[in-house]
Design a protein around this ligand. Structure first.
Ligand code: NAD
Length: 496
């Protein structure tokens, strides 16, 4: 794989973080254990990373608790907190090229996406919550004349953030930034597939002046490190993004330990509906293709079900396939690559498994269907489209988290909405139509936390993000996320 000279030079100078960040120090796991961090780009070992065990998590939680109780961060005024978070955003900007390289190497996403999307969005999230933190107001109740009653938002305490590998730094910031903005301490557990930018974030936070112990980062395996964090009696909340089965475990861990709060963002099987009166079929075709193939399909809001009105279906699907065929699949570190490697061999095999099942269940393959670039040693699956999907097919029901699109057709609006809602998930849904009545009706009838009309993924940090049904509960982004990391305290003062 030949890369541009500037990338090769940066690669040669790149330091790969490997130690946990606990109580302001960069440390190995107490046991000395490490795990292999492999790059999906070529299947080669990148580095060995501290594999935090129960005792390391206990130290991190203790550091976070101590920092919270002595008020070294919680009790700083809004202006001081803002300054630290703004400084953190500045440092991330300073090191944006490095962060992008770490992210791309670690998870196989195109470096152009990492540099132009992931890292800027993570920085923006940090700034947005820095700006928002002094705009959280309490309430004054309707008190009798001899009493003053008011409610205030108080930080919860220690937040365990357990995050996935598809947008590692960005998802981490969705949780870390509002949690810190509200004055909490955080223990961040990155996915075992993607520890690098989280570890770098821990270092940058210290450099920005965040006091020791306020943000700790504990890399390691979910069943060990994540479980220890979620079972801790001294963690007040787990903020999670990941799979449904782990989400269920987290609720169980909460019940078995201290009834800690849980927020879950668990992905989906999101439908995009295209009616024949779509105002811009070319834009819809682009959205249909990029909506599912962006980030190799490893997106919780991936538009993995395409529902097209029967009268335009053949031509529309052909155009979607053309757009997908034009995507440049290749080395994630090549700036011209648009579609990189899947995060791991396991995730690649999951996608290939769904492709095999779709074929055997009778869906018609329109595009792709296989592993590519095998000679690299990396984990690449080409954009794949199946038509004539039936609601009972696995591809219509289960989240693949890979580059596989299933197409269905419909003839009436009621049928389209029923097909769209025929899923246990409810994260995102979209519809394309020129009829404003149909658009507004559809937006109301679609059971999803995010609905996009005549666009896909057309919203930002200002809007709440999260799911209905088995896509989870609790919201990232917007001011709602700040309230998630706080409790309401009602105070009544009787005047004597
Ligand atoms: P996962 O749910 O296993 O992992 C997500 C995070 O949870 C990681 O940090 C992991 O270490 C941690 N974790 C795993 N087991 C845990 C446990 N017992 N206790 C506490 N923490 C634990 O997801 P995955 O295995 O990386 O991916 C599997 C599937 O999850 C994907 O195919 C996809 O369907 C889904 N997924 C969804 C999202 C999303 O954005 N909603 C992101 C990643 C994966």
């Amino acid at each position: 794989m030949t890369l541009p000279a500037d990338i090769t030079e940066r690669l040669a100078r790149l330091a790969l973080p490997s130690q946990a960040v606990i109580d302001g120090a960069h440390v190995d796991a107490l046991s000395g254990e490490t795990f292999d961090n492999v790059s999906p780009r070529d299947g080669q070992l990148l580095n060995k990373v501290a594999a935090c065990q129960k005792e390391d998590v206990a130290l991190a939680v203790f550091a976070a608790r101590t920092a919270f109780e002595d008020g070294r961060w919680r009790d700083q005024g809004p202006r001081a907190k803002k300054a630290v978070l703004f400084r953190l955003a500045e440092l991330m900007e300073r090191d944006a090229d490095e962060l992008a390289l770490l992210e791309s190497l670690d998870v196989g996403k195109p470096i152009s996406d990492a540099r132009n999307v992931d890292i800027p969005l993570a920085i923006n999230t940090c700034r947005w919550y820095a700006e928002a933190l002094d705009k959280v107001y309490g309430e004054v109740g309707a008190s009798p004349v001899d009493r003053l009653s008011y409610a205030v938002h108080e930080p919860l305490g220690v937040i365990g953030a357990i995050v996935p590998w598809n947008f590692p730094l960005h998802m981490a910031m969705w949780k870390v930034a509002p949690a810190l903005a509200m004055g909490n301490s955080v223990v961040l557990k990155p996915a075992e597939e993607s520890p690098l930018t989280a570890l770098k974030l821990g270092a940058l936070a210290l450099e920005a002046g965040l006091p020791a112990g306020v943000l700790n980062v504990v890399p390691g395996f979910g069943a060990v490190t994540g479980e220890a964090l979620a079972l801790s009696m001294d963690v007040d909340m787990i903020a999670f993004t990941g799979s449904g089965p782990v989400g269920r475990k987290l609720m169980e861990y909460s019940a078995r330990s201290n009834l800690k709060r849980i927020s879950l963002e668990l992905g989906g099987k999101s439908p995009q509906i295209v009616f024949a009166d779509c105002p811009d079929l070319e834009a819809a075709a682009q959205a249909a293709a990029w909506g599912v193939f962006y980030n190799q399909g490893e997106v919780c809001t991936a538009a993995s079900r395409l529902l097209v009105e029967a009268s335009i279906k053949e031509a529309f699907v052909e155009r979607v396939a053309e757009v997908a065929k034009g995507m440049k699949v290749g080395d994630p570190l090549d700036p011209s690559t648009q579609f990189g490697a899947m995060v791991s061999e396991r995730q690649m095999n999951t996608a290939l498994g769904y492709i095999a099942i779709a074929g055997s269940q009778g869906a018609r393959r329109v595009l792709g269907g296989g592993q590519v670039l095998k000679e690299t040693g990396g984990f690449y699956v080409e954009p794949t489209i199946f038509d004539r999907l039936q609601p009972s097919h696995a591809l219509a029901r289960e989240e693949v988290f890979g580059p596989v699109l299933g197409v269905m057709s419909f003839t009436t609006e009621d049928e389209a909405i029923a097909l769209a809602n025929d899923t246990v998930y409810g994260l995102a849904a979209g519809l394309w139509t020129s009829d404003v009545n149909r658009a507004l009706r559809g937006a109301r009838r679609l059971k999803a936390g995010l609905v996009w009309v005549n666009g896909w993924d057309a919203c930002d940090i200002t809007m709440p993000f999260g799911g209905f049904k088995q896509s989870g509960f609790g919201r990232d982004r917007s001011l709602h996320a700040l309230h998630k990391y706080a409790d309401l305290k009602s105070v009544s003062v009787t005047l004597r």
